[in-house]
Design a protein around this ligand. Structure first.
Ligand code: ATP
Length: 302
């Protein structure tokens, strides 16, 4: 008797990110802002499952997220570039809050590109180009881990692992649109001159050149925080609440509205877990997270 037909399935994690710092610069010719940022990938992650289909069109299932999904756009980009993989269905299991400043959609798109490349080869420069076309945060998520983002965030240099740290994540009840936060930053006059951005980039690169470095206090800054607070004053309260837990820093993640308390040191995980426990009543979904474990590869699913 012939063996039962088995559908090939692959899985990948799509870790959420925080920006441990984000310095905003002038607007470029393409309308995007220059920035200098440190991305960190987190243990909070969506997971994606790719199934090979016998025939038909590619399909994406992602409950709770309206189309067009960034995963569908990643697949469409691959097909347009001539990717020869078989038709696939990708299911996204969301855990990262949506429109939260944690890069969930970008991480999903990057994970979809990793899954597709594991199925049928794609030249790495093509993957990078598709990633950048989907959003400035997508390239940094192709190889999750700490990285320095420049350009509009799409120019990514991996960083050495940072000193031990953990975060308490305080989700907000509703998301914020990234574009609106950048517009508010312009209205408030927050962007820095190009020379200052270049100086901060050099300071960050020097501070983080060695494995096990912690971000110096004066560089734990998110220039978008004031814009996010201006649009959503409740963020100021969340920052104050994060500070009351003894966090070394309270930060807005990316363009917000998620707030994180950042803890450095060997006791960081326990301190972040205690903070999550203390704040979970006021912030449903509050959780402690650590940097994403390496490697975040793709695995064959049973
Ligand atoms: P950014 O990368 O700009 O920081 P964010 O973290 O604030 O983004 P996302 O969760 O990535 O926000 O979602 C931004 C928008 O992208 C959402 O409003 C949603 O409609 C759309 N989107 C498309 N695909 C996805 C996806 N797979 N997961 C989440 N959102 C998605």
């Amino acid at each position: 008797m012939p063996a039962a037909h088995q559908t090939r399935r692959l899985r990948a994690l799509a870790p959420a990110k925080v920006n441990l710092c984000l310095f905003l610069g002038p607007v470029r010719g393409d309308g995007r802002h220059e920035l200098v940022t440190v991305f960190e990938s987190l243990s909070l992650a969506d997971s994606l499952e790719l199934s090979v289909l016998d025939h038909g069109d590619d399909r994406v299932v992602c409950p709770g997220v309206p189309e067009p999904n960034l995963v569908s756009r990643a697949l469409a980009g691959l097909r347009a570039a001539g990717w020869a993989g078989p038709p696939v269905a990708i299911e996204v299991f969301k855990r990262t809050p949506v429109a939260a400043g944690m890069g969930g959609g970008s991480a999903d798109a990057a994970a979809a590109l990793r899954l597709a490349a594991a199925l049928a080869p794609v030249p790495p420069p093509v993957v990078t180009e598709i990633a950048a076309s989907l959003g400035a945060d997508v390239p940094a998520q192709l190889r999750p881990g700490p990285s320095l983002g420049t350009g509009a965030g799409e120019v990514v240099e991996p960083l050495e692992p940072l000193a031990p740290h953990a975060l308490v994540i305080l989700p907000a009840p509703a998301g914020l649109a990234t574009a609106e936060v950048y517009r508010e930053a312009d209205r408030l006059g927050l962007p820095r001159p190009a020379e200052e951005l270049a100086r901060l980039r050099r300071a960050l690169a020097a501070a983080l050149a060695h494995p096990g470095a912690a971000l110096p206090d004066e560089l734990v800054v998110n220039d978008l925080a004031a814009a996010a607070v201006s649009l959503r004053p409740a963020i100021a309260r969340a920052l104050a609440d994060a500070r009351t837990t003894g966090a070394d820093h309270a930060i807005v993640s990316g363009s917000g509205p998620t707030v994180a308390g950042l803890f450095w040191g060997e006791e960081a995980t326990a301190r972040a877990a205690a903070a999550a426990g203390a704040l979970s009543g006021r912030y449903p979904g509050a959780c402690a997270v650590v940097p994403a474990a390496e490697p975040t590869g793709t695995v064959e699913a049973a």
